[in-house]
Every structure is written in structure tokens, then in C-alpha cells.
Design a protein around this ligand. Structure first.
Ligand code: HEM
Length: 582
């Protein structure tokens, strides 16, 4: 039977996802085993999905077997064949089920006082389904509205929708640490990066190696690198994508914003562009790798253990590796090339570059540790800001009053010489207050990583919050509540869901600070705060003035509006815009 468009698109997505995780060299074998290309990969994908869903159940079973092995003493082993009659097997099965049930009741009872959906207290699959819907941010909002600030979302997991509590548990002095979830951020098998590293002592050491690179202390200002990329972006638009009243040239703004953040991050971090804007293509496949992996991540946010399993023998051999032409393997290869090239230059006595990579090397980072930081940075350093830029532009194009006011502010500042061409970060911060309000308001409405849970682990002695005691072994999702906190009518007022940058200018200083603290949380906070926050704001502050003073932007076709999903960051498909020179 012919496939419908949606079915075909879903199968294609699954097939693509498989290609990322099972690089090209495996795909022919897998498809050969199972017949047609898409059908075979689809079947494979379904088994992966089932595997993911069952992994949690496997964990229970393992615990059950461990408990059973304590009950069955080892001297009984030689007698085992005699004991294995049908009735003893049946008895053992029942005993296992009983122990398993007991284990679940015990686990449920630890957090029974915390409100939440009934099923969530018994099985992790409830939360997994929410993650896989890509709408977990809305679900978390609905839950906190119904149950209050602390909600149980899985047998050992809660979310907390309270700004003060989140600041407290993430503060430098708190004993909370990153939960096992963070292993999902281990981009390179076997080598942790700053984001995936959980051990507080190792993290403190890595921070010393890595943080100076992000803060820009050891290198030239990052601005020239960003200016260079903006010039390439404007050049691309001027030469290829300008529409006129009689001639429409569609431009995919979602894609170009990602090219901009990727290339400017390349310049800042490695003194070289990734040539996406130059070539107007995802030249190194980094964008594609991220886009294909994120849907997969949403299935495992609640099943990090599966990652621990596949990073070990024998699954290890199936993982992507340098030398692959696509997927993560290709990205590791790129990380290796960048590091090797820099080491060669060092040996040849080439003048030291003053970028992030050099700073990390000068601070003692080398080998796999360095490569893992580089590989991770391709994703954290570009996807999030690209998401913020595309959502801001979409909000502006759909809110003409805000759009006009911002364009006017930029025009006035240009005419009076308050901002130069290209605008500096400092000028933007001092002379474009409405633009800063637009950015804050856009980040508030669409926090870039609003479905990512960033689970934190309650300390050994447990903790009490908002009237609930949380014992050791509980983890708290501090990320996937960002949408909820930033759409809370109690905090933001009845127009919490409305894009209204003016709220930032109308508020008095105390209130503005409080609002800023709430939005700030989308970057994490305290000892877990995003290392690239300054870089992210600089990339945004510098690009909007250039885009708006030079061009007019609009959505050309009201019948073909873009579709928006959130399989980890905001993904807008079909953001085809009309760009006209002013
Ligand atoms: C709008 C843009 C961005 C947002 C919303 C964002 C958000 C976040 C969040 C929520 C975390 C994790 C916090 C936690 O563990 O609780 C994080 C970590 C991190 N981010 Fe960002 N980020 C952005 C841009 C960037 C950029 C541009 C870079 C690189 C230049 C970057 C580098 C990092 C790094 C290295 C970490 C790990 C920090 C650590 O664990 O100590 N981020 N970010």
C-alpha cells in the first residue's frame, strides 16, 4: 500500500536517525538483512525504541535478580538441576514477581507524599512518553499548575517550579551534583566533557582548564570573529537571497541562522569558519548530525542507562568513530583534525592563535580530554543560539508593532552615531534597550533548551523543599520547567503568553531584576551555569541590528506557515522568508 506523506516523512526521519547512530558502513548490512531500505531501517528503529522503553524495566529486573541471588545461597547451586521442576520454576517466577512488586512498592513509597500523576509514581514510561511527544515543556507547565511547585514525574524523579529553590540547589555552596542523566552529553565515548562530567572534584579541575577560554581572558576580544561572520552572512543575502517587489527569492532563515552561529563559533573557538555561509551549505554535516540526533535524544532523556550500556563492550564497536563520513564519527574526526592541526602548528613554531582552543591547550588540556571538549562545543555552541535567533525573528515578523519599534530604535541609533557599523556589543548594550527587551522576551517565551531536563541529584542526607522531603536517590529536573516558569501567570501577569517586550521597559528596577533572574535560569545557574552565556548574548546583540537596519523581513505565504517542533531545541521547518533591501 502506498505510504501517506506523514508516514513517509516519519519513516524517512527514522531512517536518517539510524544513519547517524549506525554509520554508513553498517547500514547496507542492516538493510540487506531486512529487505527494503526504509522498511528495514524502520523495523530496526522500532526495535531501538522498544529497547529504550524496556531498558528501565530491565533495571528493575536486574535489581530483582540481585535480590534473589542473596536469597538463594551458593551451596544450593549443585542441586539446581534436581530443583528445576515445573512447579519450582513456577514458584521461582512467582517469587521473582513478588520481589519485583515489593521493590516497586518500596520505591514508590519513598516519594509517595509528593503529588503527581498516579502512573508516574510507578513507572518511568509515563515520563518517557511525555519526552517523546516533544511537548514535555507544556506537560510540565500543566502539572505544576495542577499539583503545585514540586511534582513527582517518575518513580525517583521530581520537577521543581520555584525560582528560589532552583537558585538554592544550584548555588556554589550546595551539595547537589549532576545526575546520571548528564552522561547523555558525553559526545565522545569514553571521554567526558565539561557538560557531561559529574564528579565535583574532576569538574572543578576541568573548569580551571576550560573556563578561561569561554570568558575570553586569554585571548583577543571575540568581536572581530563575529563581525567577520556577519559580513559573510550579509554578503550571502545580498548576492543570493534578495527579493524585489516583482521577484520573490525564498530564504530559509532557520538554516541561515544556524550557519551564522556555527561559523561565528568556529571563528571564536578555532580561528576558522566552518564555511557554512561561504558555501551556503552544511559543509561539514554538523547541522545535520544535530538535527538527526535530537529526536533520538528525546527518547532517552529518561533512560540514560542505555547510554552506559552501549558505551561498553561489545556495543562499543558499533559506535560512531573517526573516519566515518557522516554522523558523530565525522564530527569526532573534525575535532581530531582541529586539535592535530593546532599541535602541528605549535611544533612548527607558527604564531599562537588567540582563540578558545589555544586557551584550553595553554591551560593544560590535551589528548582525549581536549578532543571531547572540542566535539561537544560544536553542538552546545551553535544550536542554542541559532534557536534563539530564529525564534526572535519569527516573533518580530509576526508582531509588526514590535518589529517597527525595534527597527526605528536601530535607525535612530545609527543616524545619531550611537552605534557603528558593525555595531559593537557594548554599543548595543548601551543604546538599544528595546532590542535587549526583545531578546529577553523571546528567550522567555521560547527558552532554547526547554525540554532538556538537566537532572540534579539530591545530596546523601536528602533535602526539603517547598514543604516536601526528598530522600537520597531522588533527582530533580531543573531544565524542563523553564517554559513553565517563564509562562507562569502568577509571576508574569495575565499576559504571560504574549510577546510584549515593553514589559521589560515598564518594570521598575527591582521588578526588572527579578524578571531577569527568572529568564537567566534558562542558562542554568550557580555552579552549573552555561559557560557560553556571554558569547551567546554577544552573537545575538550584534546580529539583529545588522539584519534589521539593512533589510525588511516578512513571511511571504500566509497559507504555508512554518511548523515548529521541539525535539530538544526549537526546530522550525519551512521558515522561508522574503528579504528585501531597505
Ligand atoms: C541561548 C543560548 C544558550 C543557552 C540557552 C544555553 C543553556 C545552557 C544550559 C541550560 C546549560 C546547562 C546548565 C545545567 O547543567 O544546569 C548549558 C551548559 C553549557 N553551555 Fe550553554 N547555552 C547557550 C549557549 C551556549 C554557547 C554559545 C556556548 C559556547 C560558546 C555554550 C556552552 C556551554 C557549556 C560549555 C556548558 C557546560 C557548562 C558546565 O557544565 O559547567 N552555551 N548551557
Amino acid at each position: 500500500m502506498p505510504l501517506g506523506i506523514e508516514e513517509a516523512a516519519s519513516l524517512e526521519l527514522r531512517a536518517q536517525t539510524c544513519k547517524v547512530w549506525w554509520p554508513e558502513r553498517y547500514v547496507p548490512t542492516l538493510t540487506g538483512l531486512s529487505g527494503t531500505q526504509v522498511g528495514g531501517l524502520d523495523a530496526l528503529f522500532q526495535s531501538i525504541e522498544s529497547f529504550v522503553l524496556l531498558s528501565q524495566e530491565t533495571t528493575y529486573l536486574t535489581s530483582t535478580v540481585k535480590m534473589a541471588s542473596l536469597i538463594l545461597p551458593s551451596p544450593a547451586l549443585p542441586l539446581l538441576p534436581k530443583l528445576l521442576t515445573t512447579s519450582t520454576l513456577l514458584f521461582l517466577l512467582l517469587a521473582l514477581l513478588f520481589i519485583s512488586f515489593g521493590y516497586r512498592v518500596h520505591r514508590w513509597s519513598k516519594l509517595r507524599h509528593v503529588p503527581g500523576p498516579f502512573l508516574a509514581g510507578w513507572t518511568s514510561l509515563w515520563l518517557t512518553r511525555r519526552f517523546m511527544s516533544y511537548k514535555v515543556y507544556e506537560d510540565m507547565h500543566a502539572l505544576t499548575k495542577k499539583y503545585g511547585p514540586v511534582v513527582r514525574v517518575a518513580p525517583t524523579k521530581v520537577i521543581v517550579n520555584d525560582m528560589k529553590t532552583i537558585y538554592r540547589i544550584t548555588s556554589a555552596k550546595s551539595d547537589y551534583k549532576k545526575g546520571e542523566w548528564y552522561i547523555l552529553a558525553r559526545v565522545m565515548p569514553g571521554a567526558d566533557n565539561l557538560l557531561s562530567m559529574r564528579d565535583p572534584k574532576l569538574r572543578a579541575k576541568r573548569l580551571r582548564h576550560v573556563l578561561p577560554a569561554f570568558s575570553g581572558k586569554n585571548q583577543d576580544d571575540f568581536e572581530p570573529a563575529v563581525d567577520k561572520t556577519i559580513a559573510t552572512l550579509l554578503d550571502l543575502i545580498d548576492t543570493k537571497y534578495l527579493s524585489t517587489p516583482s521577484h520573490f527569492v525564498p530564504m530559509n532563515l532557520a538554516q541561515k541562522s544556524h550557519f551564522y552561529t556555527l561559523d561565528s563559533f568556529g571563528e571564536i573557538a578555532y580561528s576558522q569558519s566552518f564555511r557554512s555561509l561561504d558555501t551556503d551549505s552544511d559543509a561539514l554535516g554538523i547541522v545535520k548530525t544535530g538535527d538527526e540526533t535530537f529526536p533520538m535524544l528525546s527518547a532517552v532523556h529518561n533512560h540514560h542507562k542505555i547510554f552506559q550500556i552501549i558505551q561498553k563492550w561489545p556495543f562499543y564497536y558499533l559506535l560512531p568513530r573517526e573516519g566515518d563520513r557522516v554522523g558523530f564519527g565525522a564530527v569526532f574526526g573534525l575535532a581530531l583534525d582541529l586539535v592535530n592541526q593546532r599541535s602541528r602548528e605549535e611544533k612548527q613554531g607558527v604564531d599562537k592563535k588567540r582563540d578558545m582552543l589555544q586557551s584550553m591547550m595553554d591551560n593544560g588540556l590535551a589528548g582525549d580530554e581536549l578532543r571531547s571538549e572540542v566535539a561537544m562545543s560544536f553542538f552546545v555552541g551553535s544550536d542554542t543560539v541559532a534557536s534563539a535567533i530564529r525564534m526572535t525573528m519569527l516573533l518580530l515578523m509576526t508582531h509588526p508593532a514590535a518589529y517597527r519599534r525595534l527597527q526605528q530604535e536601530i535607525d535612530d541609533a545609527s543616524e545619531t552615531g550611537k552605534i557603528s557599523r558593525p555595531v559593537t556589543n557594548d554599543e548595543a548594550k548601551r543604546h538599544l534597550p528595546y532590542m535587549l527587551a526583545v531578546i529577553q522576551e523571546s528567550l522567555r517565551l521560547f527558552p532554547p533548551s526547554s525540554i532538556v531536563p538537566f537532572f540534579k541529584e539530591v545530596p546523601e542526607e536528602g533535602d526539603s523543599m517547598n514543604g516536601y522531603y526528598l530522600p537520597k536517590g531522588t533527582t530533580i529536573g531543573t531544565g524542563c520547567v523553564m517554559w513553565s516558569m517563564n509562562h507562569d501567570e502568577g509571576f508574569w501577569g495575565p499576559d504571560a503568553n504574549v510577546f510584549r517586550p515593553e514589559r521589560w521597559l515598564e518594570a521598575d528596577e527591582d521588578r526588572r531584576t527579578e524578571m531577569g533572574r527568572c529568564v537567566d535560569l534558562i542558562f542554568g545557574s550557580g555552579k552549573f551555569v552555561c559557560a557560553g552565556k556571554k558569547v551567546a548574548f554577544m552573537q545575538m546583540n550584534k546580529v539583529f541590528p545588522e539584519l534589521l537596519r539593512r533589510y525588511n523581513w516578512s513571511l511571504p505565504d500566509p497559507l504555508r506557515l512554518p511548523t515548529i517542533d521541539n525535539p530538544t531545541i526549537w526546530d522550525i521547518r519551512g521558515l522561508m522568508v522574503r528579504v528585501e533591501k531597505r
